[in-house]
Design a protein around this ligand. Structure first.
Ligand code: SF4
Ligand code: SF4
Length: 444
């Protein structure tokens, strides 16, 4: 199959990066690279849908990888996953040996955080540093999450659009599970499908405990990028760090930072050789002295992994939150940061400064939720879905249905605006459209 045909089918199916910010996949597939990395690192603690998919759908994931290789003219494809996910590793290795896929291998990752960060993954597998503020394409790589690869195989071979999402539901629920649900299902229904909450006063982390966002709104819909729903007591350590008032965080940071520089010592981007030194950003903000004109701009190359906040800082303050605030302001002002270096020298201490997942789990106090949850065999059926028109990077999709229309599962309901970066959106259940605003609500 030729590149234009693969790109067209992936675009039509509305596929976006399932493991991250939702970059539209058809744009990635239009490039030419040397190597494609299938990301099955399952980077965040507690999230198990990627290992599950590799266990159950290894052949289809390899097919997706082969299609991306075809489209990008890559000579090599590599599925990357942690050795601790033994069943997934065995299934993938068996499928690779069985064939018929050529030039595909498996890379065993160590159990550290954030092993699945695109830039960390590219360095660990290929030994190349993605330039600061850059993308893997610049060093000859495309990285695609394993659920995205599965979606690519289904789109190209069967014409199936993305209407479902695999996700882990865990924490304070009666039956922690990995399940598949229609896109647009409310997280309240997802929690009920996992047996309901075990505590009265809880909040929910959407995504992983390190990078996920907190909500108390049980009508929040599952999107194409929702990898986890974690129910935790409202006063849990993980929740507390995520609901701090941003102004308070900034004020405390200015007063309390002792300039020990542990945040910089353990920062995975700094360890790759990037200019980012979070302690200097803290110093600049807390001082009247201007140490460097452009030090604050380094916040733009922070990936917000949270190691500085949750693991490094002895004063319990959050360079991550501070960087996020500075970044928002700079982006609003339209600041563009040019890379400060042309060559990158990863730290010789990088190997010993990786954060073992086990220690992170202890620090987060989530060890009691770590059991490998089973996969829910029966489909979750819902009467109503609320499907956001923006589940991806770029412009929101333009609605192509109106209130009262009947739609089938898989019908196109949102189109990419002309000449914009974006992704199509499809109905995830059959029913009638009952409202159209920034999301489309469909009821059976
Ligand atoms: S969140 Fe902290 S540790 Fe992570 S990249 Fe940003 S500054 Fe570095
Ligand atoms: S680790 Fe905390 S106290 Fe130390 S320099 Fe970084 S922000 Fe300041």
């Amino acid at each position: 199959m030729m590149k234009p045909e693969i790109v067209k089918k992936v675009r039509e199916a509305g596929i976006v990066g399932a493991g991250g910010a939702g970059f539209p996949t058809h744009v990635k597939l239009d490039a030419d690279v040397e190597r494609v990395l299938g990301n099955g690192a399952s980077c965040e603690p507690l999230l198990m849908s990627d290992p599950f998919l590799m266990e159950r759908e290894a052949a289809a994931i390899l097919r997706g990888l082969a299609l991306v290789m075809e489209s990008t003219s890559a000579e090599k494809g590599t599925i990357c996953l942690k050795g601790k996910h033994e069943r997934a590793m065995n299934a993938v290795r068996k499928s690779v040996e069985k064939g018929p896929f050529k030039n595909i291998d498996v890379f065993e990752l160590g159990d550290f955080y954030p092993a699945g960060d695109e830039q960390i993954l590219v360095f660990d597998v290929m030994g190349r540093v993605v330039p600061e503020g850059g993308i893997p394409l610049q060093v000859g790589a495309v990285v695609s999450n394993v659920e995205s690869l599965l979606n690519i195989a289904r789109a190209v071979d069967d014409g199936r659009p993305v209407t479902e999402r695999y996700l882990t539901v865990t924490g304070e629920v009666n039956n922690p599970l990995v399940m598949k649900v229609p896109v647009g299902t409310s997280i309240g229904e997802v929690i009920e499908a996992a047996g309901g909450p075990t505590v009265d006063d809880f909040k929910v982390v959407i995504g992983g405990p390190m990078m996920g966002a907190v909500t108390a709104d049980l009508f929040t819909p599952v999107t194409k990028t929702t990898s986890g729903v974690i129910v935790l007591p409202s006063d849990h350590n993980v929740i507390a760090g995520k609901i701090n008032d941003p102004e308070r965080v900034m004020r405390i940071t200015k007063m309390v930072c002792c300039q020990c520089s542990r945040c910089t010592d353990l920062c995975p981007r700094h360890l790759l050789g990037h200019s980012l030194e979070p302690h200097k950003i803290m110093r600049q903000l807390g001082s009247q002295t201007l140490f460097s004109e452009d030090i604050l701009e380094d916040a733009l190359i922070c990936c917000e992994c949270g190691i500085c906040e949750k693991y490094a800082c002895p004063m319990m303050i959050s360079p991550r939150e501070v960087n996020a605030q500075v970044k928002r302001e700079l982006l609003q002002e339209g600041t563009k940061r040019a890379p400060k270096r042309n060559e990158y020298q990863p730290s010789p201490f990088r190997g010993v400064r990786k954060i073992p997942t086990r220690r992170l789990v202890e620090r987060l106090q989530i060890g009691q939720y770590e059991d490998h949850p089973p996969f829910m065999e029966k489909d979750v059926e819902v009467q109503e879905v609320r499907i956001p028109l923006k589940q991806h990077l770029g412009a929101p999709a333009k609605p192509v249905v109106k209130v009262g229309d009947h739609v089938d599962k898989g019908s196109l309901i949102g189109e990419i605006p002309e000449n914009a970066l974006g992704a199509r959106v499809h109905a995830s259940i059959e029913g009638r459209v009952i409202s159209v605003d920034d999301a489309i609500v469909i009821r059976q």
